[in-house]
Structures are given as C-alpha cells and as structure tokens.
Design a protein around this ligand. Sequence first.
Ligand code: SF4
Length: 300
Amino acid sequence: MTFFYKKAKQLIYYDEPVIRPPAEADSLILQATIGCTHNRCTFCITYKQKKYRIREFSEIKAEIDWVSQRAQGIRKVFLGDGDALAMPTDELIRLLAYLREKLPLLKKIAVYASPGNFVSKSVQDLVRLKNAGLTLAYVGFESGDDDTLQHIKKGFSSDQMATLMEKPNEAGLKLSATVILGLAGPAHMKRVAENTARLIDRVQPRFASALTLMLPFGEDSYKKHWPVDWRMPQPAETLTELRYLVNAITADKIIFRANHASNYLPIEGTFQKGKARMLVQIDSALAGQHALRPEFLRGL
Ligand code: SF4
C-alpha cells in the first residue's frame, strides 16, 4: 500500500511498510529504494509485497527540496528501504551530495545494507560514498551460525560476511550489525550465540544490535524450513541466548544495544567495560527481578 505524507501540496512518498532502526527515530526518513534486493530471508516479511526498485532521482529531489524549504535544521537522514546501499555508487553519491547541499546542518546519513551490497561495491566505492557524506551502514547479519544462516536463507555464510565486511572496515565506513535472537529455536542457542559472537568479534562493527524473533503472521511458514522439533523460544530462553551472546563477545569498544521494540529486556552498553553490568541486568531478569516487556508491547 502506498501512502503520502501530505500537507497541502507536499509529498514525501512513503511506500509502506517503512521501518528504521531505533537509533534513527529522530532522522528524516527518505526511501531511496523500495523493497529489498534479496527479499528471501524466511523470517522477514517486511518487503515481501514490494518489488525492488530504485526511485527516480527527480522524485527524491522534490522531497528534499520540500523539506529543505521547511526544516533547515535537519541533522540526520536515514535512507530506506531494506538495502538502499544497493544503489549504483554514482547515483547514491548524487543523492548524498544533494542532501548535503540542501540540508547544510546535516551531520549523519545512514542507510540499510545487506551483505550482498558489499559484493559489488569496491573499497574505493565505499571510500567515495563515505567522502560524499555516508556515515553509517546498518547491516543485517542475523546470525553468525552457518546452520542458522542456511535455514533462514540469508544467502551468505558467516565467513563470507566477515570477509565482505573487510571492505567497509578498510574504507572507514562505520557499520552497525544486527543479529536476531531466537532464530534457531531454543535447542542450539549456546552454539548459535557463540558463533554470532565470533562473527561480531571478527568484524568489530562500531555498533551491534540484537533483536528478538517475531513472527506476526504465525510460525508455519518459518517453521517449515527447520527440523520438526523447532519451536519458538520462550522469553526467558531468548534472554539466555542474549546472555550467551553478551558473555561471548570479546572485541572491545563495540556499542551494543538490545533495546529494539522486539526485545523482552532492553539493555545497552559498550564492550567490554559495560559487559558485567549487562550480564547482571540479564541475570536479574532471568531471576524474575525485572519485569519483561509484555507481548502486546513488542513490535517490529
Ligand atoms: S536482507 Fe534484510 S530486508 Fe532483505 S529479506 Fe533479508 S532481512 Fe529482510
């Protein structure tokens, strides 16, 4: 379904659903692309109804013009949809340049990215994008466990993702990696969490976030990709997986957040100095000393 954010004649085009990371709550959101180039992850329904396309520059330009005439103070822009980094480098640079020209106080331009976007981008491309104003790419790893990655049809192994992330790291482009608790069910959570920690340690993104699996349209279509004994983890089990993950991360200076609306217990901290505090928070929640977010308040 398509909506327009409309005031008088104005249009910011929003092809719903539009999602953004929690840290982009105060950003201007623009859809540079629609949908996701991969669109095959078994847990992800966000873009299933959308056919991937790059929006015409003239359309986005009109939106930037409109915004710039009314809100010059904008400091943060987030470019959607699922992997706007898939745009050809020169087109994205043109968009970044126009944003910076029209919004002179802009400090941050972030984008969603999928691992596949880094296959076609060279280090030099990423340096050019960074120099043009791209400050952060949110990349969905989902897991560092190869068995899980296969079941969810991510399209890349843990090793392949780690190798691809050497490009943005070399280019100096900041990364925010996202993983999802509960994907493999409760049976293998220790192995999954430790493999995921290993991937985070290897990539050392500036930020890492853990979300919790939600299947708003039921479990059936997700479950069929797993052995028959797969089941949705209980809240305490996802906390246990979170504990394994936090405990196993050894890299330093990563800002870690598990404060997404899908999480039962919002925590955040910086590795390694905040690790002990985060573990204490999880342990007290597991001991029943903290109320968990009720199911009806969870969201994607
Ligand atoms: S790459 Fe991201 S947006 Fe695309 S299907 Fe997978 S989880 Fe969804």
